[in-house]
Write a protein that binds this ligand. Structure first.
Ligand code: PRP
Ligand code: URA
Length: 662
């Protein structure tokens, strides 16, 4: 297999130096967000609730617990969760540190209970309980509820009498650097914009005299973090339980989404193996143990998933070492004291982006799932949640208080279950004709986002092809018609792939005259269908270039890992002297296509094109990364892969539909 390919062996232990460098990259990725949580909770609560050293240590310990619970089969890093900033601060105001920590402990318990239920009855009920119309507004509330604290950290809130110009300049500078790195940063830099923003803002703050270094001078090099242990440091109280714990509803949905995303990147269905019950158990235990030590709830870190995607190393050994490094950092007294000197305006500068980002992510959930706000049911659920969540609602029941955010989560779940549902309420919104252009632009942006190199792919753009594809995609199209269409569209893709064909001079005689003209030397070509489905296209291509030689590569996708499994390879002897057109109707993860091309390159083939009918952006990206010299020709570029690695909207399983095997 090709070198650039993802190391899907999550248990592979890299050589020592590489291991350490990769782990340090993961620490950089988790660091910014993990230390921000205690800082922001304390700032929102107006008192010290959490400390940075404990947050670092509990994130590391939590990650190790997660690795154990998932039997070392899932390379996820757990860091402090942003979702709990407002609830923890509100819980602390309401019932002190004991209230905040007891609430955080219960969050973990909810995860564990959900994990156990999933182990017994499966996971389908979660999707019913937490559809996008509940999750989207909830994420928006999490972000927007923090907006006030960002503004006051910058120092421009209504209650500020005299603006500190230096502070505002530092906040603005931090904001601009962070935004710039997000927009223009390349590679790893793009994963750590907040860290770079904070570091740059810090340098400016030092220059402007806004940093007080005395805590660093006073701190010792090594110091024990201020762990808070129940019954020793405080007596647990449930007074803030309902302010904090119900937010677990949202973070469980986030957990599933993150695991699905990582699974797609590493080509392994983590929801099946190690299983959602194990991943939730790991996350839940990590959160409860963190709370018992005085740390914030943990969550799966997207930043680290990005590092896995970028480095193409998904080893749990790397994640484990990063966790150990994080624990060690928590004991470095001078270092954590230095972090605590970060002035407030810097936090304001990053928060200006961060909180909005969280809110916009909620909006994205609604848009990507095409939630139809033309339906009253959806309007009622979202409106109720937004007003309860952002209106400062508090429900006092005896000694227990329920915050607005928790009320919103519970109300959303209940309303979604009890409000009468009409047939179209859950149907994704369809764009009307008037919106077609917008939809196209949106599609285009999406594709650009995925970083597809447009130079290297040709997508057939013809009304008749679109028409034929519509019939092909239709699940009611029968085997005979499906087969004919695969061959016919394949033929047109071949025409497109041959636009650069070099013709040779020849002379013929028409019924009228002798004519000097040009012809294709068909002996220069070979077709290479990937078995089985590729042979369906072959029927069309041999109509166009009947004398091309034909080879076969047998390959099927392992349903679990989605990786190709080879079973046959037979190509013409002189293949390396030919231009080879590799045929496969579907380019999904790209595993089969990339592996077939790698095998051909081993045979010495230099000139390769890949022809398919439907491509997913994920597969195109992978092929462009692994084989940038191979141009892709496709009849359609679809939206995405689903969690089983099937192309959406796609056409289902091409092989089964061509051969009628299902
Ligand atoms: C399908 C398809 C491709 C492969 C695409 O084959 O024809 O070969 O999956 O997926 P990928 O890009 O993720 O590798 P399948 O494994 O179903 O075998 P078949 O052709 O025998 O049905
Ligand atoms: N293979 C198929 O046949 N269809 C898909 O959608 C993905 C892979």
């Amino acid at each position: 297999m090709n070198e650039a390919k993802m190391t899907i062996d999550v248990n592979e232990k890299p050589p020592i130096l590489k291991w350490i460098v990769l782990a340090i990259q993961h620490v950089f990725a988790m660091f910014g967000a993990t230390i921000l949580v205690p800082i922001l909770v304390n700032s929102a609560a107006g008192t010290e609730v959490l400390t940075i050293p404990v947050a670092l240590v509990t994130s590391g310990i939590g990650t190790l617990i997660y690795i154990l619970c998932t039997k070392g089969r899932s390379p996820v890093y757990l860091g402090s969760s942003f979702a709990f900033i407002t609830p923890l601060a509100a819980g602390a105001v309401l019932a002190g540190i004991s209230g905040a920590m007891t609430g955080a402990f219960l969050v973990g318990v909810i995860y564990i209970v959900v994990a156990l239920i999933i182990a017994v009855v499966g996971k389908d009920w979660i999707q019913k309980l937490l559809p996008p119309i509940v999750i989207g507004p909830m994420i928006m509330i999490i972000g927007l509820s923090l907006a006030g604290s960002a503004v006051s950290s910058i120092g421009i809130s209504a209650d500020v009498e005299a603006i500190n110009i230096k502070g505002v300049i530092v906040a603005l500078f931090t904001f601009l650097v962070t935004a710039f790195v997000m927009l223009k940063g390349k590679g790893f830099l793009r994963v750590i914009p907040f860290l770079i923003g904070i570091a740059s803002g810090y340098v400016l703050a030092v220059i402007l005299g806004l940093v007080d270094f005395s805590p660093v001078l006073e701190a010792s090099f090594f110091s024990l973090p201020k762990f808070l242990v129940p019954f020793i440091s405080y007596t647990p109280t449930f007074a803030a339980a309902l302010t904090i714990a119900p937010i677990a509803i949202v973070t469980i949905a986030e957990h599933i989404g993150d695991h699905t995303a990582l699974g797609t990147i590493i080509g392994k269905d983590l929801i099946k193996d190690p299983g959602l019950n194990r991943t939730l158990l790991g996350d839940g235990l990590a959160t409860s143990v963190a709370a018992v030590l005085g740390g914030p709830p943990n969550t799966t870190y997207g930043e680290n998933t990005s590092v896995v995607g970028m480095t193409k190393v998904a080893s749990v050994w790397v994640i484990g070492l990063a966790a150990i490094f994080a624990i060690c950092l928590g004991f470095l007294g001078k270092f954590t004291a230095l972090i605590s000197t970060i002035p407030n305006p810097i936090l304001g500068g990053v928060s200006l982006l961060l909180y909005g980002f969280i809110a916009v992510n909620g909006l994205k959930v609604l848009i990507e799932n095409r939630v139809n706000f033309g339906r009253s049911r959806n309007v009622i659920i979202a409106s109720t949640m937004l007003v309860l969540g952002l209106g400062g609602a508090v429900l006092n029941i005896g000694t227990v208080s329920v915050s607005g955010m928790s009320l919103a989560a519970v109300a959303g779940v209940i309303l979604n279950l009890v409000l009468p549902r009409e047939e179209d309420d859950d149907k994704p919104l369809e764009f009307e004709a008037g919106n077609k252009e917008e939809e196209k632009v949106e599609e285009k942006d999406k594709k650009e986002d995925g970083k597809i190199n447009k130079e290297n792919i040709v997508v057939l753009d013809h009304p008749l092809i679109e028409h034929k594809l519509s019939i092909l995609r239709d699940k009611n199209t029968g085997t005979k018609e499906f087969r004919e269409l695969v061959a016919e569209i394949g033929m047109f893709v071949c025409y497109e792939a041959m636009t650069d064909a070099k013709l040779e001079d020849c002379e013929i005689e028409t019924p009228m005259v002798k004519l000097k003209t040009k012809k294709l030397n068909e002996d220069k070509y070979a077709f290479l269908p990937i078995l089985r489905a590729g042979t369906g296209m072959l029927d069309g291509l041999i109509r166009v270039i009947p004398n091309a030689k034909i080879g076969h590569i047998g390959m099927y996708r392992n349903e679990e890992t989605l990786e190709p499994v080879r079973y046959f390879f037979k190509v013409p002897k002189d293949i390396k002297n030919r231009e080879v057109l590799v045929l496969d109707p579907m380019l999904a993860t790209g595993g089969s296509g990339c592996d077939a091309i790698a095998q051909l390159k081993k045979e010495g083939v230099k000139n390769i094109k890949f022809l398919c009918l439907i491509a997913a952006p994920e597969g195109v990206k992978r092929m462009q990364e692994e084989h940038p010299d191979v141009k892709i020709y496709t009849a359609a570029l679809d939206e995405k892969l689903n969690d089983k690695g099937y192309i959406v909207p796609g056409l289902g399983d091409a092989g089964d539909r061509i051969f009628g095997t299902k």
